[in-house]
Design a protein around this ligand. Structure first.
Ligand SMILES: Nc1ncnc2c1ncn2[C@@H]1O[C@H](COP(=O)(O)OP(=O)(O)O)[C@@H](O)[C@H]1O
Ligand SMILES: [Mg+2]
Length: 164
């Protein structure tokens, strides 16, 4: 039985494969229109998680951080839009990347690495923040992925995350 009104849910993974598997499990619960805002330092496992999402949606190609292009679009159903704001210029808006237009086309799922570079991103959207932390011991592969809902997160999606 799921507890009522949880605002956060944390998963721990022991390997990169585990993190990909978590991405696959989340992918199976996406319907389109969700925004996943990824936070966490370099090497945390953001791209690894996105690779799992993409695989789960049926994409077999290469998935890497679109650090220079900023946005990659995978032709899955729903379409997966993968952004990496690491090199987003100071003061530039995600509007400049066409992210909102891409999201609207075909009700895509949008996943954003370094989402904290653009704090307005989550506002008013069906968004879940995923904060990925490394273990204190740098030789340890354990990661924690903390999912937090926002006011506009869809109940249906959050329930499924909660109950995973
Ligand atoms: N539990 C884990 N989850 C995700 N990645 C892990 C884990 N353990 C080790 N790794 C390694 O950490 C690195 C994460 O890289 P990446 O996903 O590109 O991070 P980011 O996109 O956050 O910079 C990869 O080399 C991956 O193999
Ligand atoms: Mg990355």
């Amino acid at each position: 039985m799921c507890p009522d009104s949880l605002q956060q849910r944390t998963f721990r993974t022991a390997t990169a494969d585990d993190t990909q598997l978590l991405g696959r499990a989340i992918a199976a619960r996406l319907r389109g229109g969700e925004w996943l805002l990824l936070l966490g330092p370099l090497g945390a496992g953001k791209t690894t998680f996105v690779r799992g999402l993409a695989r789960g949606l049926g994409y077999d190609g290469t998935v890497r951080s679109p650090t220079f292009t900023l946005v990659a679009v995978y032709g899955t159903r729903p379409v997966l839009v993968h952004a990496d704001l690491y090199r987003l210029d100071e003061g530039a808006s995600v509007d400049d990347l066409g992210l909102y237009d891409l999201a609207a086309e075909g009700d895509a799922v949008v996943v954003v690495e370094w989402a904290d570079r653009c704090p307005e991103l989550g506002l008013g959207r069906n968004a879940v923040a995923v904060s990925i932390a490394l273990d204190e011991d740098p030789s340890c592969d354990i990661r924690s992925l903390r999912f937090s809902r926002s006011g506009s997160t869809s109940e249906r999606f959050w329930r499924e995350v909660e109950c995973l």
